[in-house]
Design a protein around this ligand. Structure first.
Ligand code: ADP
Ligand code: MG
Length: 381
């Protein structure tokens, strides 16, 4: 078949890698679930040597012949379904932990369609299979113990806050979903007035705090629609010196389901409003991360509540990592491609890197081959 768009779209160049330090964009593919396998869903995503991902899209021509479109994307890291949370952690959040001990701010985002594995990555699926929150806490406490065998007046403290952004409003998950308001103070630092911060002294106590917060999250607002796919959850771990001075901070953001951004034509008014809000925040997020990498004088963080409360993650001594989560199922192909295109555009225009957009493509490298019938088990045989 003929190539559909210009093939030169990767940011694989070594120059692109060298500047990838402040912002890393990674992709994680989850395995097909047992239920999906039982229903005969096909795995259409193949991960190649840790840095590229290939998606096969089944298409039908006007004469009803079937053909396959192959989409290939390159990222800083690509994690296959065989990777554990620990594998993902080592190459995403772990370097950020080093950074916050050096006085920096760090943010780690989980992006993707509902069901693609964001919460599995962040929270884990059982105490024996912890996610990034717990793995980060483990290393933070290990490092504190190393540096300061005896807690003294100069010792660092670890505090956590956990809140949700739903329809542009903030709710404290550690304080009975209390409504919160963000303001810029005299130094133009964004403060969330009254946000509860809980000091924790071990990984176990941090996990306990997270599990209270998680219960508040699922409870939702009094509104009928609120579920975790419609809100962003922000867990922040603050390193503080006494009495309150902030030394470093890492924010973990379990974003609203990216497919919700398409709900803008939903017949239900509330869903439409939520969709518009999520769409706006995900667009603003992309722009702010890109601004971080280009050191732009203007960062459009006021364009959404999400980017506003993360303002200090987009300026100054900050590092960001985005993990785009994708499903392998052929039924999710459209959302998977949307996720990969979004992630691709976050890293596009990175200094020294090549841009997909400037080559006129829709993101990624696309080519087509005729296919008489669906290749059911791509990537598993
Ligand atoms: P999201 O938070 O993006 O909506 P979840 O994290 O809840 O998605 O994942 C949906 C389902 O898939 C859950 O049952 C989860 O345990 C499972 N899952 C997600 N990622 C993985 C993975 N890498 N390995 C095994 N199971 C996974
Ligand atoms: Mg989730």
């Amino acid at each position: 078949g003929l190539p559909m768009t210009s093939p030169d779209s990767s940011t694989r160049s070594s120059a692109g890698r060298a500047v990838a330090e402040r912002i890393r964009v990674c992709v994680r593919k989850r395995p097909l679930s047992q239920a999906e396998e039982k229903r005969g869903e096909a795995d259409v995503v193949r991960v190649r040597d840790g840095e590229s991902v290939l998606v096969q899209e089944q298409k039908e021509a006007v004469d009803l012949t079937q053909y396959l479109l192959q989409h290939e994307f390159y990222f800083d890291e690509v994690f296959s379904e065989a990777c554990s949370n620990e594998d993902v952690y080592k190459k995403t959040a772990y370097p950020l932990i080093q950074h916050i001990f050096n006085g920096g701010k760090a943010t780690c985002f989980a992006y993707g369609q509902t069901g693609a594995g964001k919460t599995h990555t962040m929270l884990g699926s059982s105490p024996r299979r912890p996610g990034l929150y717990a793995l980060a806490a483990r290393d933070i406490f290990a490092r504190l113990a190393q540096a300061e065998p005896r807690p003294g007046p100069g010792a660092l403290r670890v505090c956590v806050s956990f809140f949700e952004i739903y329809c542009g409003q903030l709710y404290d998950l550690l304080d009975h979903r209390k409504r919160l308001f963000a303001r810029e103070d005299g130094q133009r630092v964004v403060q969330i007035a009254g946000l509860r911060e809980v000091e924790v002294e071990s990984v176990a106590s941090l996990l306990e705090v997270i599990s209270w917060g998680g219960r508040e999250r699922s409870r939702g607002a009094s509104g009928v629609n609120c579920d975790s796919s419609r809100s962003h959850a922000l867990l922040q771990i603050h390193l503080r010196a006494r009495p309150q001075r902030l030394v470093g901070r890492i924010s973990f953001v379990d974003l609203a389901g990216s497919e919700r951004a398409c709900d803008t034509r939903d017949p239900d008014r509330q869903s439409r409003m939520e969709g518009a809000e999520i769409n706006q925040s995900l667009l603003a997020l992309k722009e702010c991360i890109r601004a971080l990498d280009q050191e732009l004088s203007h960062t459009p963080f006021r364009q959404s509540k999400l980017t506003q409360v993360l303002k200090d993650s987009f300026i100054g001594n900050s590092k960001t990592c985005m993990i785009a989560n994708i499903s392998p199922s052929h039924l999710a192909t459209e959302h998977t491609l949307n996720t990969l295109r979004y992630a691709d555009r976050v890293k596009e225009l990175r200094k020294g890197g090549k841009s997909s957009l400037s080559h006129g493509g829709t993101g990624g490298k696309t080519s087509s081959t005729p296919s008489p019938k669906r290749n059911k088990h791509l990537g598993r045989g």
